[in-house]
Design a protein around this ligand. Structure first.
Ligand SMILES: [Zn+2]
Length: 144
C-alpha cells in the first residue's frame, strides 16, 4: 500500500479499477497539468488484486462526483496539510453541465453556440441521461 506522503494539499483518487486510471487521468486533462501529478498503475491491493491510483498535488476545480461515471468504485481523498481531510465515494450526479455534448444533430445545442450542454439523470443503474433541450437519451459512459 502506497502512502500519501509528500502531498501537502491535493487529491488522491484510490481504488481505481486496474487499467481505468489512464481514462480518469485523461478525462481530468492531467497530461496538461503544470503541477505534480502521478498515475500509478498496477498497485497491489488486498481487495482488488491490482488497482490504479492517481495523486494530484493541486486543488481540482471540477465536481469529482463526475468520476463516478467512469468508475463508481473509486475512493476520493482530499488532502490538506498532508492529512486526509475528506474521504468519499463519488455519487453519480443528478445533473451534468458542459461535460459532454448532445449527439442529436437537430438539437439546439448542436446548432447554436454558447448554450450550456445540460443533461438530467434518468437511470442511475444504466447511467442514462436526458438532454434538457431535446430529450435525447444518452449513455454517458460511451461519451467520456
Ligand atoms: Zn439535445
Amino acid at each position: 500500500m502506497l502512502s500519501i506522503n509528500g502531498i501537502k494539499k491535493g487529491v488522491v483518487i484510490d481504488h481505481i479499477k486496474q487499467g481505468v486510471g489512464v481514462s480518469i487521468f485523461n478525462f481530468l486533462a492531467l497530461d496538461k497539468a503544470n503541477y505534480r501529478v502521478a498515475l500509478i498503475m498496477n498497485v497491489p491491493s488486498v481487495k482488488m488484486g491490482l488497482k490504479d491510483i492517481i495523486k494530484i498535488e493541486n486543488e481540482i476545480e471540477i465536481d469529482l462526483d463526475i468520476l463516478g461515471l467512469i468508475d463508481p468504485n473509486i475512493t476520493i481523498n482530499i488532502i490538506e496539510d498532508e492529512v486526509v481531510k475528506k474521504k468519499f465515494k463519488p455519487h453519480i450526479p443528478n445533473k451534468i453541465e458542459n461535460i459532454v455534448k448532445c449527439k442529436n444533430p437537430r438539437c439546439v445545442t448542436s446548432i447554436e453556440k454558447n448554450i450550456n450542454h445540460k443533461f438530467i439523470l434518468v437511470s442511475k443503474k444504466d447511467q442514462e441521461y436526458r438532454c434538457d433541450f431535446c430529450d435525447e437519451i444518452i449513455k454517458i459512459q460511451n461519451l467520456l
